[in-house]
Design a protein around this ligand. Structure first.
Ligand SMILES: Nc1nc2c(ncn2[C@@H]2O[C@H](COP(=O)(O)OP(=O)(O)O)[C@@H](O)[C@H]2O)c(=O)[nH]1
Ligand SMILES: Nc1ncnc2c1ncn2[C@@H]1O[C@H](COP(=O)(O)OP(=O)(O)O)[C@@H](O)[C@H]1O
Length: 197
């Protein structure tokens, strides 16, 4: 043992709020869980992504997403303004870098709700992030939820179900799996993982 380390106190536990990444197949209930969590704990900060997807009815710019044109998204990438980005089912999605880093530096927990490719990129650039996988109770229930939401035409649902198969196969890459049977239970478990409660 090196002399300099003798008698030194053990490292204090790492109490820095961590970056938490929530991922899971389209239709599993990520947005529903996050909306419930924010209703119960409005102080929890959720990153608002930029996307080239068109808004769904009821979605507002700057709330669910920053809805941007293709060339604007190109600029965000070129200027290094995205922490990560990915193409998902024909649209691009990315996490604005500055806002996330500012919150983490201010000591606040941060939640990203992003796809599998984005989760992998975050793991590479920020290995201290915790990756949480939201799983459906069953494949049939996932199909029911995605179809029942009624926001996408059949060909888009088909594309998202193809992506879902890939996402489900990657569950073991995540630190924790939460099965979305009850929105309230999952939201509570997620808050506990984020050390909010
Ligand atoms: N990589 C990445 N994925 C994102 C980002 N924002 C949203 N996503 C993911 O993109 C996918 C499609 O999102 P969306 O079109 O809103 O559909 P929904 O999640 O099925 O309601 C989901 O898996 C989201 O988690 C982001 O900033 N980066
Ligand atoms: N625990 C749950 N039980 C039943 N239905 C759910 C549950 N969680 C979400 N849903 C429903 O499933 C559909 C997809 O949820 P959504 O939050 O849009 O998924 P995602 O954001 O993962 O694509 C919505 O119609 C939502 O109301």
């Amino acid at each position: 043992m090196a002399a300099t380390s003798r008698g030194t106190a053990p490292e204090p536990p790492d109490v820095r709020p961590r970056l938490t990444v929530l991922s899971g197949p389209s239709g599993v209930g990520k947005s529903t869980v996050v909306a419930h969590m924010r209703k119960v704990h409005p102080e929890v900060w959720l990153s608002v992504s930029a996307t080239t997807r068109k808004p769904r009815p009821g979605e507002r710019d700057g709330v669910q997403y920053h809805f941007v044109a293709d060339d604007e998204f190109d600029k965000l990438i070129a200027n290094g303004e995205l922490l990560e980005w990915a193409e998902f089912a024909g649209n691009r999605y990315g996490t604005p870098r500055r806002a996330v880093l500012q919150r983490l530096e201010a000591g606040e927990p941060v939640l990203l709700e992003i796809d599998l490719q984005g989760a992998r990129l975050v793991r590479e650039s920020m290995p201290e992030a915790q990756l949480v996988f939201l799983a459906p109770p069953s494949w049939d229930e996932l199909v029911r939820r995605l179809t029942g939401r009624g926001t996408e035409p059949p060909e888009v649902i088909e594309r998202r179900l193809e992506a879902a198969k890939v996402e489900l196969a990657a569950e073991s890459e995540f630190d924790t799996t939460l099965v979305n049977t009850s929105v309230e239970d999952v939201a509570r478990e997620l808050l506990a993982l984020m050390q909010v409660v």
